[in-house]
Design a protein around this ligand. Structure first.
Ligand SMILES: NC(=O)c1ccc[n+]([C@@H]2O[C@H](COP(=O)([O-])OP(=O)(O)OC[C@H]3O[C@@H](n4cnc5c(N)ncnc54)[C@H](OP(=O)(O)O)[C@@H]3O)[C@@H](O)[C@H]2O)c1
Length: 341
């Protein structure tokens, strides 16, 4: 299978101050160049859930300020409220279904081929949106119901994703948290080319080689946790550049932008779709207001220098799984999913 390299951004007007670009996928469809992240974090009770339709209201506001792309996953528990907000805005006549791009992800306990269609049917039913724009395999590792490791190979799961695309339940399919070797295998053995790859990318993990490889095969790369150490995440602080970092601040001052905006633009200028999460209305607006400036090559390289290949998402409790995609560490942490059950 060969990939077509179609990463030329095109400009569209989104009814807000910002002109949000779109990237062409290798199947001819288009993806808005920024997505709102909707993972609300993890605490001692498990994955944090939206209360009193707070997330629905965030999505309503996000649509008003120009977001057209939403990133969710079966495991986040946010699909329903995103669907509700989108339907409300369609009913109000603010957007049409085809203006909105929904990315969601298959969870690890549904990797058998026949489970994939059922899992996506459940998602579509929850969202009440008829189809999903992009369905990603969240991780290459399959797990059993009790979270013990399953032997289901991700190529079997990929066949399930090909099925949902053929049925029209998902317009495009792709991968998340796959390494280069695993992506190569999907391209070689699969019959549909993945349209996108979602991975962790921020100044401390710039992913130069993986991004280059994926883009050379025509996959659109999406960056999760785009702010890296700039912000505190789920109550945790990380070492690395902060919001007042002098290098990022100097670039920001030049363009009249904040350091989070500079980091998001650094991704856009690498043809990567950032997936910033915020539930704060003024930060929603700030994060999408990045389409009226552009960094030069030197500034991009300056930010690349922060790279220490530091991940914030590394489920080391799965590192003995035969399809674990990342580097192993000496002291893996206990599996929070099993600890909870
Ligand atoms: N594929 C995967 O395995 C995977 C893994 C992780 C994440 N994701 C996706 O990527 C999304 C984003 O990742 P993430 O949540 O880890 O990280 P992130 O977007 O880099 O950071 C989110 C944090 O930044 C804060 N924030 C947002 N905008 C800000 C701004 N302009 N100034 C200061 N603080 C700001 C948010 O707080 P407030 O909400 O209070 O503004 C939140 O605490 C997730 O929601 C999810 O959709 C995917």
């Amino acid at each position: 299978m060969t990939g077509t390299r179609i990463l030329m951004p095109v400009f569209i007007l989104m009814g807000s101050a910002a002109e949000v670009t779109k990237l062409k996928l290798n199947n001819g469809r288009e993806m808005p160049a920024i997505a709102l992240g909707t993972y609300l974090g993890f605490d001692q009770n498990g994955i944090v859930q939206s209360e009193n339709k707070k997330l629905r209201d965030v999505v309503l506001h996000a649509i008003d300020v120009g977001y057209r792309h939403f990133d969710t996953a079966a495991i986040y528990g946010t699909e329903e409220e995103i669907g509700e907000a989108v339907r409300m805005k369609i009913e109000e006549g603010v957007v049409k279904r085809e203006d909105i791009f929904i990315t969601t992800k298959l969870w690890n306990t549904e990797h058998r081929r026949e489970q994939v269609v059922k899992a996506l049917e459940k998602t579509v039913e929850k969202m009440r949106l008829d189809y999903i724009d992009l369905y990603l395999m969240h991780w290459p590792m399959a797990l059993n119901e009790d979270y013990t490791h399953s032997d289901v190979d991700y190529m079997e799961t990929w066949q399930g994703l090909e099925d949902v695309q053929k049925q029209g339940l998902a317009k495009s399919i792709g991968l998340s948290n796959f390494n280069e070797k695993q992506i190569k295998r999907v391209i070689k053995e699969g019959s549909v080319m993945p349209a996108a790859l979602q991975i962790e990318v921020h100044p401390q993990i710039i992913q130069r080689e993986l991004v280059q490889y994926a883009q050379s095969e025509g996959l659109v790369v999406m960056a999760y946790s785009p702010f890296g150490s700039l912000v505190s995440r789920h109550g945790m602080q990380f070492s690395g550049p902060k919001i007042d970092d002098p290098v990022l601040s100097a670039i920001g001052e030049k363009y009249g932008k904040t350091t989070p905006q500079v980091v998001l633009r650094w991704l856009v200028d690498r043809n990567i779709v950032p997936v910033p999460k915020t539930v704060n209305y003024s930060r929603l607006k700030e994060n999408i207001d990045i389409f009226d400036f552009k960094l030069n090559k030197e500034e991009i390289e300056e930010i690349n220098k922060f790279n220490t290949h530091t991940r914030y998402t590394f489920p080391s409790f799965w590192q003995e799984h035969r399809h674990y995609p990342f580097e192993k560490i000496d002291n893996p942490i206990a599996d929070p999913f099993i600890a909870k059950n």
